[in-house]
Design a protein around this ligand. Structure first.
Ligand SMILES: Cc1cc2nc3c(=O)[nH]c(=O)nc-3n(C[C@H](O)[C@H](O)[C@H](O)COP(=O)(O)O)c2cc1C
Ligand code: SF4
Length: 427
């Protein structure tokens, strides 16, 4: 297993986020190489060769996404998705705080490949330090001739515009992000047409996650083939995994894809807090189906392995749950979140997420009804696949998987009017 690092390859110090420090570790050399010796198609070809797959959740191959764009279009836009609202996910903020120039260089390389004149970074509204670090880095880059007109003396010009969100999780959904950028209420759009065909202001638009774009400088510096050799076969590279919940050392870890899930929990993150047994793992952010402890044996951190176990690697936010936790209360926390974040545009998600939250809430209050579990399942069937965006599915998947895996806890709660685990979330 390789030890190559795309992100955690420098010591974080008081000034390691600055342009000077980034240059000292080879920063912007990939951009120079691309602008002086590669055609835009050459940059796209390296990214395709690398096998890089999007880190925003869906894992779509980045080179393929770029290939859908009609580069002869008079205007092409690039939007960097930095909304980072999925509970359990806290990787992109690290990039802004510690390596903002790596993202800027990645944005510029993608913009060069896609013939983009104006690129946008859509930043989660609650981010404060990330915003300050990004703005400072952009000023440095502009002063150094790395952003704006005739970058590094070439014909390539690109402005980077920062847009702050206002605290809505749905704005991370790509079409909603575009609607929000255009100044409208952030309702997601029906697809097709996909953004690569008709995106921002009806122009072809690529939307990529922060981690995806910040990986591109490494690919151009070392070559797509070198990146393809890192990690798992169909899921090349390294990924930033955020581990939260009941572990001794929660935090952000960069590991090659294909790394064992158990190893990151028990070795890197120090195992379960207080030496308690593991109860369950949500492997890729709060919307991904939960796995019981016995199901994680042999799972490796790549999309195929996690999918084979019945879940998704999503945005790499691993939530670890210790024995003793009340799964009914935990589902209530998740249901409340999705109900709150449903934008209300389509009926199944708007009404269904509210009903699910209401039913789980009344079970927790000790007023559950025998038919409530079937009712919950029927609501998820009404939502999944019937909504404008994937938030409806995201709200339903925890309900489906919690009921499938921990049904006895729900039944006990309904029968006795109380939790079989004392209603604990903290252990
Ligand atoms: C409700 C919802 C929220 C999302 N939030 C984010 C987010 O905060 N950041 C992100 O990169 N992708 C998010 N996505 C996925 C984006 O729609 C899109 O797939 C992603 O930005 C594409 O980038 P990638 O190809 O680099 O992964 C979200 C999707 C949904 C349905
Ligand atoms: S699925 Fe939910 S969040 Fe998405 S458009 Fe419909 S109501 Fe809005």
């Amino acid at each position: 297993m390789t030890e190559a690092r795309v992100f955690f390859n420098f010591e974080v110090t008081a000034d390691s986020h600055t342009l000077a420090a980034y240059r000292r570790r080879g920063g912007y050399q990939a951009l120079e190489r691309a602008l002086y010796s590669l055609q835009p198609t050459g940059v796209e070809a390296e990214v395709t060769l690398s096998g890089l797959r999007g880190r925003g959740g869906a894992g779509f191959p980045t080179g393929k996404k770029w290939s859908f764009v009609d580069k002869a279009s008079p205007v092409v836009y690039l939007c960097c998705n930095a909304d980072e609202g999925e509970p359990g996910t806290f990787k992109d903020r690290w990039v802004f705080e510690q390596a903002p120039h790596q993202l800027i260089e990645g944005v510029l390389l993608a913009a060069y490949a896609l013939r983009v004149r104006h690129a946008f970074i859509y930043l989660r509204g609650e981010f404060d330090l990330p915003l300050r670090r990004l703005r400072a880095a952009l000023m440095e880059a502009q002063d150094a001739g790395l952003v704006g007109e005739r970058i590094l003396g070439t014909d390539f010009s690109c402005d980077i515009i920062v847009h702050r969100g206002a605290g809505a999780y749905v704005c991370g959904e790509e079409s909603s992000l575009l609607t929000s950028l255009e100044g409208f209420k952030a309702y997601p759009r029906n697809k097709p047409p996909f953004p690569a065909v008709k995106g921002l202001y009806q122009a072809p638009t690529v939307i990529n996650n922060v981690e995806t774009l910040a990986t591109v400088p490494w690919i151009i510096a070392h070559g797509g083939a070198a990146y393809a050799r890192l990690g798992a076969e169909k899921n090349s590279g390294t990924r930033l995994f955020g581990i939260s919940g009941h572990v001794e050392r929660p935090g952000l870890y960069e590991r090659p894809t294909g790394y064992p899930l158990k190893m990151i929990i028990f070795d890197d993150a120090g195992g379960i807090r207080g030496g308690k047994p593991l109860k369950a793992v949500i492997p890729g952010g709060s919307s991904t189906p939960i796995l019981k402890a016995a199901e994680i044996d042999g799972i490796t951190l790549d999309a195929e392995s996690v999918a084979a176990a019945g879940s998704m690697l999503g945005s790499g936010g691993i939530i670890v749950i210790a024995e003793g936790t009340c799964m009914v209360r935990l589902l209530q926390v998740l249901s409340r979140f999705y109900r709150h974040e449903s934008c209300g545009q389509c009926t199944p998600c708007r009404e269904g997420s509210a009903w699910m939250d209401k039913i789980v809430g009344r079970i927790v209050a000790g007023n559950g009804d025998k038919g409530d579990l079937e009712r919950l399942e029927s609501i998820t069937r009404g939502i999944m696949g019937n909504t404008v965006c994937a938030l409806g599915d995201a709200a339903s998947m925890p309900v489906v998987s919690f009921l499938r895996k921990f049904r006895e806890e729900f039944e006990y709660y309904i029968e006795h009017g109380r939790s079989m685990n004392g209603g604990r979330l903290e252990i």
